[in-house]
Design a protein around this ligand. Structure first.
Ligand code: 9MR
Length: 368
C-alpha cells in the first residue's frame, strides 16, 4: 500500500520510505530534476530566453533543475539574421558562455523551419536560391557553434498531413523549392559544418490517440525511414511533447509502439518541448495543476521507460513565461495565466515537477 498524504504530513514515515519526488515537491531544497534524471543516465533541461539569466532567482532555479538548455528563439533565423547584412549573435553567444561557465550542455533550435523566417528570405524561392540560402545559413550557425552546441534541431515541423500531399510533408518555402530533398540537404550541410553534433528531426503532434496525430506519426516514420535508407546523417527524433490536459486521449500502447518503430531505425529520441496547456480547464489552480501533472505523468512514464529516450526538456521552466499565454489558439479565454510548466511563477515546484521526478525515479537505469 502506498503511503497516504496524511502519513507524509504527520511525518510518520522514515525519510527513506518517502520517495524523493514526493518529499521534494513542497520545498526548493531537494535534488533537482537534473540530478534525478542523471541518476538514471537521462538528461533534463529546458528552453530559456537570454534575459531570464539576468534574474538571480531564475538562474538559481536553472542551475538546480537543468543540465541542458536551448534558446527559445535566440537562434532562429529571423533573430540571428534580421537583414542580409545584419548578424545578431549576442544573445546566443551569451547563452553559450553561460552554459559553458555553469557546466551545462546547449541544444540548438532550429535551422530549417517554415516559421521565424526574416522578411528578406523569399517565401517562394527558386531551387537554386533555396539551396544557397539554406546551406549557407546552416554552415554559418552550425560552424559558429561547433564544439559548443551538442545537438541541433536541423529540420523542424516538416510534416503536415492536412496539406494533402501523399508523403505527408508540409507545403513550405523549402519544400516548394526543393521538394522532399530539402531535408536531406539540410542534414548533410549540418554534418559537414560539425561532424560531432547530434542532428535531430523535431516534430509536434505525435503524442495522442487521435486520427490526426496517428497520421502525423505515420508520416514522421516514413520520413525517418527515407532518411535512413538514403544514409542521411540524422541521429535522432525530437518529440516536442506539447500536451493538452483535457480533450485528447493518451494511449500508452500506441505511443510506445511509435517509440519502438523510431528506435528500430537506430535513432535516439529526445522529448524536446514538453509543456501542458490547461486552456480548456476551469480556473481553479489546484485542479489545473493536478490535471496537467496527471497527463504528463502518464506520458513521461512511457517515454522514460523506453531505452531509446535519452532525456526530457520542457519549453520553459516556470509559469512566469510561456508561449501558451500569447498563442491565439491556446491562450485562456478568462485571461488567466496558464500553468503548463514544472515551477510556478514564484519558482516553486508544482505537481508537474513531481510527475517528472517520479517518471525519472521509475525509469530503468541506462547506465548499467
Ligand atoms: O516559444 C517560442 C516563442 O517564444 C517564439 O516566439 C515562437 C516563434 O519563434 O516559437 C515558439 O517556440 C516554438 C518552437 O520554436 C517550435 N515548436 C513550437 C514552439 C511553440 O510555438
Amino acid at each position: 500500500m502506498s503511503p497516504t498524504r496524511r502519513q507524509f504530513a504527520l511525518g510518520l514515515l522514515g525519510a527513506a520510505a518517502v520517495p524523493r519526488w514526493a518529499r521534494a515537491t513542497a520545498t526548493l531544497d531537494g535534488p533537482g530534476l537534473r540530478t534525478l534524471a542523471a541518476a538514471k543516465g537521462l538528461v533534463f533541461g529546458t528552453a530559456v530566453q537570454r534575459n531570464q539569466l539576468e534574474d538571480a532567482g531564475f538562474a538559481a532555479a536553472l542551475r538546480r533543475e537543468a543540465a541542458i538548455l536551448t534558446p527559445e528563439f535566440e537562434l532562429k533565423w529571423s533573430t540571428v539574421r534580421p537583414a542580409p547584412s545584419e548578424e545578431r549573435f549576442g544573445a546566443p553567444d551569451a547563452l553559450a558562455d553561460w552554459c559553458r561557465r555553469e557546466g551545462m550542455a546547449l541544444r540548438g533550435h532550429t535551422l530549417v523551419w517554415h516559421e521565424a523566417l526574416p522578411a528578406w528570405v523569399p517565401r517562394f524561392p527558386d531551387a537554386a536560391a533555396a539551396r544557397i540560402l539554406m546551406t549557407a545559413h546552416i554552415a554559418k550557425l552550425v560552424g559558429r557553434y561547433a564544439g559548443r552546441i551538442q545537438a541541433w534541431d536541423v529540420v523542424n515541423e516538416a510534416i503536415e498531413p492536412k496539406h494533402g500531399r501523399s508523403d505527408g510533408l508540409r507545403v513550405s518555402p523549402w519544400q516548394s523549392a526543393l521538394g522532399a530533398a530539402f531535408i536531406d540537404l539540410a542534414f548533410h550541410a549540418a554534418a559537414a559544418a560539425d561532424p560531432a553534433a547530434q542532428l535531430y528531426y523535431n516534430e509536434y503532434g505525435l503524442d495522442f490517440d487521435t486520427p490526426e496525430e496517428e497520421a502525423r506519426r505515420r508520416a514522421t516514420l516514413s520520413l525517418l525511414e527515407g532518411l535512413r535508407a538514403r544514409g542521411v546523417p540524422c541521429h535522432g527524433l525530437g518529440i516536442q511533447g506539447h500536451l493538452t490536459a483535457v480533450g485528447k486521449k493518451f494511449n500508452a500502447t500506441r505511443f510506445s509502439a511509435f517509440l519502438d518503430a523510431v528506435a528500430a531505425l537506430g535513432l535516439k529520441i529526445m522529448i524536446t518541448e514538453l509543456d501542458v496547456t490547461d486552456h480548456a480547464l476551469p480556473a481553479d489552480p489546484a485542479a489545473r495543476d493536478a490535471a496537467v501533472a496527471a497527463i504528463a505523468g502518464d506520458y513521461l512514464t512511457v517515454a522514460c521507460a523506453h531505452p531509446a529516450v535519452i532525456g526530457v526538456m520542457t519549453w520553459g521552466l516556470s509559469d512566469r513565461q510561456t508561449w501558451l499565454n500569447s498563442s491565439p489558439d491556446y491562450r485562456r479565454r478568462d485571461g488567466l495565466a496558464q500553468r503548463p510548466l514544472p515551477l510556478d511563477a514564484a519558482l516553486q515546484r508544482k505537481p508537474l515537477w513531481a510527475a517528472i521526478a517520479r517518471a525519472f525515479d521509475q525509469a530503468p537505469d541506462r547506465r548499467v
